[in-house]
Design a binder for this molecule. Structure first.
Ligand SMILES: Nc1ncnc2c1ncn2[C@@H]1O[C@H](COP(=O)(O)OP(=O)(O)OP(=O)(O)O)[C@@H](O)[C@H]1O
Ligand SMILES: [Mg+2]
Length: 408
């Protein structure tokens, strides 16, 4: 099974390229699902489906578009209510005790970005079902997806360190605190809900950082868009996701004698040169600005086929050959951890890459992004004897501990 995620700034063509890639996969006879969390239902619109469905919208179950091709719009609100009900119920009771009005309280307990998280949970359910050969995910715009993809790890830290302590404390103090403050203490079911959610998110993460999954960055040839795309390349790698290509969309075809058009062609051409240079080592697929909006399976498939046609021998649907962003290499007593941080030098200075060690964890900070990496047992027993940024990656050298004391 192949999982393809498409991300990029708002409006660059993520839904168009996702739908097109899915249509291409289905045309090869692969059982394909394209999944989106977009409340605007733009996948359905792109396929020209919205009018033909009951209520004019896609349900939360996959809907067939054509042979082998299904589209699903995840009903995040419903999933949210099912999975988070326990925790939300507790938060609501607390807010109620301190006198917050019910409607306001409900708004407060909705987590921003929760929709994307629940869509990812849906992805896990879909992937384990074994019904699909290709799953295409039309992701939310860059920053949010990045942050949310890192959530399981961040939450894991909390759940492993703080939660057990808190749970014990709450048990011991519950009768006293409830009486004194009048604030209800969370019951076991609240903790259980968090643990369950964490387990599911960790599975999603394993799935998305596994060898069969990869992320494609969609961009338009404009400076601001490129700047953001570079940052996502580095940060996606930092979090362990494999980026296997870039789609440059809405390129104006050259031709004609119009100055306005010639101006745009020239400007885009300059940026495209920078795109190629910025994403060295990755295929940059070019997709031209069509005279009309691509709507319907055939149009969308053509957009994708035209874009991928430029990739030579690379099959856009095959499992990528790009190396995993995280790998270790052992020679004798020394192990080097290689963490790919491609494109780094272009937007962040070397000294903005920081490394911290705390027991079995490495904290890697790049600009304003941080990843807490739990070290495998073998490495956790070793000392960090050096680290440097070189050749588009962070190399951390571990060697056998010389003393028995824990390093700081
Ligand atoms: N190559 C193209 N030629 C012509 N029109 C295009 C092309 N690519 C996308 N469009 C049109 O541009 C608009 C935005 O595209 P799309 O919805 O795919 O972007 P998006 O990145 O998914 O946006 P959002 O961030 O809002 O989800 C749509 O109307 C789409 O039909
Ligand atoms: Mg979209």
């Amino acid at each position: 099974m192949r999982i393809l995620l498409f991300t990029g700034k708002g409006g660059v063509g993520k839904s168009t390229v996702s739908a097109g890639t899915a249509a291409m996969s289905a045309a090869r006879g692969l059982r394909t699902l394209v999944l989106s969390t977009d409340a605007a239902h733009s996948l359905a619109d792109a396929f020209g489906l919205s009018d033909g469905l009951p209520g004019g919208s896609l349900g939360s179950e996959p809907v067939q578009v054509t042979e082998h091709l299904y589209v699903q719009h995840v009903d995040a609100q419903r999933r949210f209510e099912q999975s988070w009900a326990e925790v939300q119920g507790y938060l609501l009771s607390v807010l109620d005790t301190i006198g917050v009005d019910r409607i306001a309280a409900e708004e407060l307990t909705v987590i921003p970005g929760a929709e994307e998280v629940f869509a990812l949970l849906e992805l896990r359910r879909t992937a384990v079902s074994g019904e699909w050969d290709t799953i295409v995910v039309d992701c939310a715009p860059t920053a949010e997806t990045l942050r949310l993809l890192a959530l399981p790890e961040a939450l894991g830290w909390y759940l492993e360190r703080i939660l057990p302590v808190q749970r014990k404390m709450v048990k011991a103090l519950k009768p006293m605190l409830t009486k004194a403050a009048g604030v209800p203490m969370p019951g076991d079911s609240v903790f259980d809900a968090m643990v369950r959610l964490h387990g599911e998110l960790a599975e999603v993460r394993a799935l998305l950082s596994g060898p069969e999954a990869s992320v494609r960055i969609v961009l338009t040839p404009e400076r601001v868009v490129l700047a953001e795309a570079r940052r996502s390349w580095t940060t996606l790698s930092l979090y362990g996701y494999r980026v296997d290509g870039v789609v440059a969309n809405r390129i104006f075809p050259a031709g004609g004698s119009d100055d306005w058009r010639a101006g745009w062609v020239k400007a885009q051409d300059d940026v495209l040169g920078d795109v190629e240079a910025s994403f060295e080592g990755l295929p940059v697929w070019r997709s031209f600005y069509r005279p009309t909006e691509p709507v319907g399976v055939d149009d969308l498939r053509e957009v994708a086929e035209a874009a991928y046609a430029g990739s030579g021998r690379i099959d856009p649907l095959a499992v990528p050959e790009t190396a995993a962003p995280f790998r270790t290499e052992t020679t004798g007593e020394v192990t080097i951890v290689h963490l790919a941080l491609p494109g780094l030098a272009q937007w962040v200075a070397r000294d903005q890459v920081q490394l911290g060690r705390n027991g079995d964890e490495l904290a890697i900070t790049v600009g304003s992004y941080r990843r807490l990496l739990t070290l495998p047992a073998a490495l956790a027993r070793m000392d960090v004897s050096g680290a440097r940024v070189e050749g588009g990656e962070l190399r951390v050298t571990f060697s056998r501990q010389t003393t028995n004391t824990e390093s700081e």
